[in-house]
Design a protein around this ligand. Structure first.
Ligand SMILES: [Zn+2]
Length: 325
């Protein structure tokens, strides 16, 4: 299996949190495992996006030192590997890891150090953040992405994350013009908390993939365009259920997208916060939407083809999936 959309701070399970706490002498604000789980994840009946966003507080506190970041990257990779992932893309926003004074460059280098410690084939995506007072930080992230960009096994792309409904995709034109001028591939979270227009803007900017993109169903012409131009969608079903990106999951457009030929990929988004993993995501869509094993294989092949990795490794991934990985 392949996970193309996994946030580092959303992948800190209670077990990883305990290890990071011990490593850095940070006392966890929970008296037992139950309380820790509640602090790090949303319950099945997650009520609001706010409940969801509150879960990022503790993970981010544990990700403010070089050792903490490197070890977190390694542990998230090891977790993914143990759950059957053969290729992983981890994303994080360097600017969210500067509370203790690390520079963005140091944050990226720490993550790269962690990457070397695991043998799971993994790449890093650097997130810019949606806000109205951080353009300098975002531009710095793009500059650093250029500096560290490799074809494989390192920094391979940038992304835009954060509150889509509050800060429009269109406001980040300058950042993505720069990324594009440097030839940095990028994905953009769009069509999750905001509508189809946000996805259109992301495509105009030159996004190679779209994070979520589920709300393109609001615009049939755009659905057709995305299918025709084979722009992959990084779909994260349980995250969308919990953040209410789609209010009624029985009307989730997954099957419709697949039948229209859209290159859908299935991902976890925030596996620890959503209490999920890729196996659970696939069981969910099999149960809810009757996704067949042939369709599952197609979804995995879509992910292999959409991966931000070298062409050589893509071929290897495709053949592994054809063999049943
Ligand atoms: Zn995401």
């Amino acid at each position: 299996m392949i996970d193309l959309h996994c946030h580092l701070d959303g992948a800190i399970t209670p077990d990883i949190a305990k290890k990071l706490g011990a490593l850095q002498n940070i006392e966890l604000p929970a008296k037992d495992d139950d309380e820790l789980l509640k602090k790090l994840s949303v319950p099945e009946d997650c009520e609001s996006l706010n409940d969801f966003l509150q879960c990022f507080g503790l993970p981010l506190r544990l990700l403010q030192t070089k050792e903490g970041i490197a070890e977190a990257v390694r542990l998230v990779q090891e977790n993914a590997k143990s759950e059957g992932i053969i290729y992983l893309e981890i994303r994080f926003a360097p600017q969210l890891h500067q509370i203790n004074g690390l520079t963005q460059k140091e944050v990226i280098e720490a993550a790269l150090e962690g990457l070397k410690q695991s043998d799971l084939h993994t790449n890093l995506i650097l997130c810019l953040m949606r806000s109205d007072h951080n353009q300098d930080e975002n531009l710095e992230t793009v500059e650093l992405a250029k500096k560290y960009l490799v074809k494989d096994e390192g920094v391979v792309a940038v992304d835009l994350a954060g509150a889509e409904a509050l800060f429009k995709t269109a406001d980040f034109k300058k950042e993505f013009e720069l990324a594009r001028s440097y030839g940095i591939p990028f994905t953009i979270h769009a069509g999750e908390a905001d509508g189809a227009e946000s996805v259109k803007t992301a495509i105009e900017f030159g996004a190679k993939r779209i994070g979520h993109g589920v709300r393109i169903y609001e615009d049939p012409e755009l659905v057709e365009y995305i299918a025709k131009n084979e722009i992959p969608l990084e779909v994260c079903p349980n995250s969308n259920r919990q953040t209410k990106a789609v209010s009624d999951m029985t009307k989730y457009p997954l099957k419709d997208f697949i039948s229209k030929g859209i290159k859908v990929t299935i991902n976890t988004d925030d596996p620890a916060i959503c209490r999920t993993n890729l196996k659970k995501e696939f069981s969910y869509i099999e149960k809810m939407y009757g996704i067949t094993s042939d369709q599952k294989k197609q979804l995995l092949l879509n992910a292999a083809k959409a991966a931000f990795c070298s062409d050589e490794y893509k071929i290897e991934l495709i053949s592994k999936i054809n063999l049943g990985d």
